[in-house]
Design a protein around this ligand. Structure first.
Ligand code: IDP
Length: 149
């Protein structure tokens, strides 16, 4: 099964949106295999967003991500990376479809509530930045046999 890294950013945690966000992935049928609440150290933020280091918004992005606790998760399922990106919605909440997390719950690109890996390679990399193998749990969801053909 595929895995992806998802993180409720500090604005989402402060606004009490963690439960709503987790519910959306659970209801879809995805399996949570890791989760923790953390204040991220600078090195992990820089590593996660390394492709944006030279962007003008990077200092503000780093400050935002380190402004409070993030809720970090690993979700598992077939095609989980594109499925989660669709549930999350476009980067800019002004363009995110209604029904998506950013479409329903966010207004500003600089406060867009949630992060999700954009490819299987990024997912592997980001899971490795934030989780040890011992923090990921292997188990069967009781409805797995009816969720997939
Ligand atoms: P993604 O989070 O949808 O994958 P990316 O383009 O990888 O989008 O950007 C990473 C994060 O950087 C965004 O989620 C957002 O928090 C922030 N960001 C991207 N573009 C801007 C911008 O123009 N202004 C402020 N923040 C931005």
């Amino acid at each position: 099964m595929d895995r992806t890294f998802v993180m409720v950013k500090p604005d989402g945690v402060q606004r009490g949106l963690v439960g709503d966000i987790v519910s959306r992935f659970e209801a879809k049928g995805l399996k949570m295999v890791g989760a923790k609440l953390e204040l991220l150290p600078e090195e992990r933020v820089t590593d996660q967003y390394r492709e944006h280091l030279e962007k003008p918004f990077f200092p503000g992005l780093k400050q935002y991500i380190m402004s409070g606790p993030c809720f970090l998760m690993v979700w598992e399922g077939r095609n989980v990376v594109p499925i989660v990106r669709t549930i999350v919605g476009a980067t800019n909440p002004a363009e995110a479809a209604p029904g998506s997390i950013r479409g329903d719950l966010a207004l500003d690109i600089g406060r867009n509530v949630i992060h999700a890996s954009d490819s299987p390679a990024s997912a592997d990399r980001e899971i490795g930045i934030h989780f040890t193998p011992a923090e990921l749990v292997d188990y069967t969801r009781i409805d797995e046999s009816v969720l997939y053909e």
